[in-house]
Design a protein around this ligand. Sequence first.
Ligand code: ITT
Length: 197
Amino acid sequence: MSEKIFLASTNAGKRAEFAALLAAHGLELGPAIEYPEVEESAADYLGNAALKAEALQHELRSRGIAAIVLADDSGLEIDALAGAPGIRSARYGGAELSWPQRRALILAELARVPDASRTATFHCALVAIDDAGNRYRGLGETRGCIVRGERGEGGFGYDPLFLPEGQSRTYAEASAAEKAITSHRARALQALVAAMH
Ligand code: ITT
């Protein structure tokens, strides 16, 4: 029986990806556990992932559950926007914006940017903490570019805008399995699992 890993995320899109990504490593995603919302106040992705993992571990311990916790902090850095939205990716333009509105804002900001300058990088930082308190980290990134209009219905967040380098389908046009071949999250998990062994 594989050990369950509890994910510190409120993002349904991430959760769906982790169910498949963890299974490919012979690991099992545990049930969603509600934990008090964390203020993502760290200076970088790794710091924010650690805050989320600690918060979930605290919650699990208060329920008497001993388990590995995993947290993901990720973001899209667009070169023509000096690295924005970056660590503010979840709330770029204001927390009140819907995702279609947030994507429309980015497309408007890039309206005059020529194709060759629409490069961007997806980043993912993972932190896992086991019951003994050992910490493991994994980083992943994927280069690509921002297309001129939304493409595709799948995925979540910025997926309809992001065309990974060398590919013809955006992350929202690609299947989950296809996204997993190039994704920042899959790469970060690969590094994390290697660090855990
Ligand atoms: P949790 O903190 O609860 O995990 P969150 O959505 O707030 O959920 P982040 O703080 O890591 O997560 O914010 C990163 C945002 O960047 C997230 O809201 C996504 O919309 C976006 N993002 C990250 N990875 C992405 C991916 O693979 N595809 C599309 N958008 C992504």
